[in-house]
Design a protein around this ligand. Structure first.
Ligand SMILES: O=C(O)CCC(=O)C(=O)O
Ligand SMILES: [Fe+2]
Length: 250
C-alpha cells in the first residue's frame, strides 16, 4: 500500500502542503550536497540573491523542455520515493523531468513569486545542509507581493517585502510538497536574513511535523548555507529533432 500523505499534511495551511521531516538520510544528504557543490562552475547561474543550477537544461522561451533524462544522481535516491508517495501520478509525465537547485548563503533569499504555468502545479522540494523558513503570501491581499519572478531569471524586485501570511520551517533532509491552492493561489519566498526568528508553534505552520523542535527552543537560529532541490514536471516537452525543425533545420 502506498504512503498516506494525509499523515504529513500541513493542516494549518489551505489545501496542498505536505511536510516529511526525514525524507533523505544523513549519508544521502552528504552525497547529494557533494554532487551539487562539485558541479562545474558553468553549471551555476549566479543571481543577485542566490545561485541556481537548472537540470537537465533551461526551458526554451515558450516554456518547453528539450527532452533529456535527469542525471542519475538526482533520480536514483529520490525518484523511487516520489513513486512510493504517488505525488506525480496525475502529472502529465507521471514523474519529475526538471530540477532547479538553489543555494542560499546567510542573508540570501528569493522574493515572493509564483512558479507559473510552465509546470504541472506541484513542486517537491528536498532541503539539504541547513534549515530555512519558507514564507507564503496572499496573492491578492492588501499586502500583495510583487507577482511573478520567473524561477530561472533574476527579476528586479524592488518593492518592500510584505508580511507573510504563513511560515513553514524546512529542516535539512526534509521534503516539502506544495500543490493545489498553495501552488496556484499564493506566492512564496524566502527572506534575506541572517537569522530566522519568532519560531514557535503559533508562527510555524508545520511545527507539529518537525523532527527537531528542541533545536528551535530559543525561537531563532542563525542561517547557514542551505541547498534546495526543487523537482517539477514541465508540461511541454519536445524532442531535440523537433526543436531543430522548428528552428528551420531539416
Ligand atoms: O528554495 C526553495 O525552497 C524555494 C525555491 C523556489 O521558490 C523556486 O526555485 O521557485
Ligand atoms: Fe518558487
Amino acid at each position: 500500500m502506498g504512503f498516506d500523505l494525509d499523515t504529513v499534511r500541513v493542516s494549518a495551511l489551505p489545501d496542498g502542503a505536505f511536510y516529511i521531516s526525514d525524507f533523505v538520510t544523513e549519508d544521502e544528504e552528504d552525497w547529494l550536497a557533494q554532487k551539487v557543490t562539485s558541479a562545474p562552475l558553468p553549471r551555476w547561474t549566479q543571481l543577485s540573491h542566490r545561485r541556481l543550477q537548472t537540470w537537465p537544461s533551461a526551458l526554451t522561451k515558450n516554456n518547453t523542455l528539450l527532452a533529456c533524462p535527469l542525471p542519475a544522481w538526482l533520480e536514483s535516491t529520490i525518484g523511487p520515493r516520489f513513486k512510493d508517495l504517488g505525488i506525480f501520478n496525475d502529472a502529465p509525465h507521471q514523474a519529475p523531468n526538471h530540477v532547479l537547485i538553489n543555494e542560499y548563503q546567510p542573508g540570501q533569499g528569493i522574493m515572493p513569486h509564483e512558479d507559473g504555468a510552465a509546470y504541472y502545479p506541484l513542486v517537491a522540494t528536498v532541503s539539504l545542509s541547513a534549515p530555512i523558513v519558507f514564507d507564503i503570501y496572499e496573492k491578492y491581499g492588501p499586502e500583495q507581493g510583487q507577482g511573478q519572478e520567473s524561477t530561472g531569471g533574476a527579476a528586479a524586485q524592488t518593492a518592500r517585502r510584505p508580511k507573510p501570511k504563513y511560515r513553514i520551517l524546512q529542516e535539512r533532509r526534509s521534503l516539502l510538497i506544495t500543490r493545489g491552492e498553495i501552488y496556484t493561489d499564493f506566492l512564496h519566498g524566502i527572506a534575506e536574513v541572517t537569522k530566522d526568528e519568532e519560531l514557535g508553534p503559533d508562527s510555524i505552520c508545520n511545527w507539529d511535523l518537525l523532527r527537531e523542535k528542541e533545536a528551535y527552543r530559543d525561537g531563532w537560529y542563525e542561517r547557514k548555507t542551505r541547498i534546495s532541490l526543487t523537482y517539477r514536471d514541465v508540461l511541454h516537452v519536445t524532442k531535440v529533432g523537433n526543436a531543430m525543425k522548428f528552428l528551420g533545420g531539416r
